[in-house]
Design a protein. Sequence first.
Length: 396
Amino acid sequence: MNPDPSQPNARALARILAVVPRWTAVSPASRAVGLPDRVLLHAGPPLPDPKSPPPPMLNSAVLACLHEGWAKDEGEAGRLISSGAVKLEPSATRRVSTPLVSMVSARTTLAVIEDAASGAQWFAFLGTGGGAQMRFGARDRAILDRLAFRERELFPGFSDLLSEPVDLLSVARSALTEGDDLHNRLSSATAVLHAVLGTRKAETPAAQAALRTVQEAPLYFLNFWMPACALMLDAAAGVAGATLVTKLSANGQVTGIQLAGLPGQWFTAPAAPVAGPFMKGLAIPDPQFPPATGDSGIIDAFGLGGQVLRRAPSLLAAFEPWLAKGDEQRALAQLCGMHPVLGVPVGLDAAAVARSGQSPLLSTGMVSADGRGLLGRGICAMPLEPFRAAVSAIPG
């Protein structure tokens, strides 16, 4: 876990550890990343056929079209997508992270995450809080009200509260001592975030609404931690010969990774299922474990989520039937070095994964493959093929 400082992985790790991610602003996607009309950003690698996304992603795309006013009804929105008049693109191409099957469009309010050291930025879909949520993939028109609430209230509200940046590493460090894995369990991190924002002036109704939204949504810290991990890992992109994973995501059809030594090059495999306990009282007949989707796997690639289940007793107990014995040793053997602030090993090494023959785990949400919404939370054993192929492609 202490790589030779002269080696590529050590240089890549040093870049990652130098990043100090802070939440600095919120901004519409049209302004933040220059996103034009009739373009939607989705999680994961490129879709095999962007005109025919999987059902939960299609549901979110239809709702995004209605939110933007590009279509007057669901039928027209579906035709815009199937004809290619509305284009679906991977979010990573514009330095954006997207949870599960959410869609980013021009009006979407993004969280802006910035490195205090270099000024580099990454962006993420800003969640709408409690109630119906786009990221779960159901075609629920109540989601349109939540999206409008975000643009109308959360955008100005968080703008008021961000009179100074929020240091995300300090929030994450505190949460790791309280049983969060910082992917599937973020309740402690969200509570700390709410406490931090609660010290700011919240004199406007919008600012008060933003504070309530954080308080009412136990996973709300994910909106900022996902792009923070993306920003940290992206700092390693371009280190020749380095085998650290800098991207890890899925779109419900394929899962993909990128390595520091091969920036911009995807290595993919069919998306593996997410397995775990279904929500209590779930009224869905014969539910099946669904394929992985979302950009939040970047958290697990950083070294948290499925790599730190030993730090999250509640998740460890819930996932025990689907965990191999000795998984803690597997995780520690695949990570590259220790983070000086977080105090946990970080940096998923694709070469170590390929040598071990053991799949890294994602701790993530389960979204019904046929677009009926959230099934629960679980773990996904990443397919080994992308890791082996990526390591084989490293020159020398």
